[in-house]
Design a protein around this ligand. Structure first.
Ligand code: FE2
Ligand code: FE2
Length: 277
């Protein structure tokens, strides 16, 4: 575990600095209001209903926030940069489900009752961490945040092509900008872990790449239909993952695909227990 390694103090100091830099920029440049920064009087009430279905799916994924925070914070409670980041991240993420839910209601796409049903459905299942390792979760989050940004910007383009909706387009732009900032922070955090433990961090990246999927969608009712709608609108796909998520993250980290594919000594021993020491 990294926490028992001699460089832990320096690593935690560097992570806290990274968080302070992120936080200062967020405070200065990126704060926005759900109530005042989205033109709620400009909702297009005649968009393709499939768009509202996808907004509902995205809203549901964002609604799992209590599980995300409840499971992630205990992993890092002694690591102030990461714990404080999760507190700030949670504040930013809570606005995302509010913005999407407000659009569903104000556009007339969903009734109060239907939204209440969505809440009940979400909280009837508990989301669990896809990786029990704190470094693995940073790697997962860096991929997931960039993937989320792509889902939202692609949906904004679909809305524009479908006749436009100033309220939804603005909401998606604001949320996507937050997701881009999250992706940038978590990618830099993976970079720090690589500096301190390249072999172990590469193992975690490899695990994440081999098993990646978006959080919580599989837990929702009609999950197959919801996933198919995302594919049909070309909001996300395997090629998009490789070209627009994996490639830029690896490039930003200075990791080649060849290096990622190489089995580390640690893994080789685990995978081939009969091999000589
Ligand atoms: Fe979000
Ligand atoms: Fe995010």
């Amino acid at each position: 575990m990294l926490e028992s390694e001699p460089d832990t103090d320096n690593l935690h100091r560097d992570i806290y600095r990274l968080f302070r830099d992120y936080f200062e920029k967020a405070e200065r440049k990126r704060r926005w209001s759900v109530d005042h920064d989205i033109p709620w009087d400009q909702c297009n009430r005649s968009l393709n209903p499939a768009i509202a279905d996808v907004v509902e799916t995205f809203c549901a994924v964002e609604l799992y926030l209590p599980d995300y925070l409840g499971k992630l914070i205990p992993q890092v409670r002694a690591n102030r940069g990461r714990a404080w980041m999760l507190a700030n991240w949670g504040y930013e993420e809570c606005k995302h489900s509010m913005a999407f839910e407000d659009w569903l209601l104000k556009s007339g796409a969903r009734s109060e009752e239907r939204v209440a049903d969505l809440h009940a459905a979400v909280f009837s299942h508990e989301w669990d961490l896809p990786h029990d390792d704190a470094v693995g979760m940073v790697c997962y989050t860096s991929f997931q945040e960039l993937a989320t940004r792509i889902h939202y910007t692609q949906l904004r383009d679909v809305v524009r092509r479908d006749g436009g909706c100033p309220a939804l387009e603005r909401a998606l732009s604001l949320v996507a900008t937050d997701e881009a900032a999250h992706a940038d922070f978590f990618r830099k955090l993976v970079g720090l872990y690589l500096e301190y433990d390249r072999t172990g961090t590469l193992e975690q990246i490899r695990r994440v790449v081999n098993t990646f999927q978006m959080p919580a969608v599989h837990m929702l009712a009609e999950s197959r239909r919801r996933k198919q709608q995302v594919l049909d609108m070309n909001l996300f796909s395997v090629p998009i993952f490789f070209d627009q998520v994996l490639a830029p993250i690896l490039a930003g980290l200075g990791v080649t695909r060849q290096e990622l594919r190489q089995k580390t000594v640690r893994e080789a021993v685990i995978l081939t227990p009969s091999s000589p020491d």
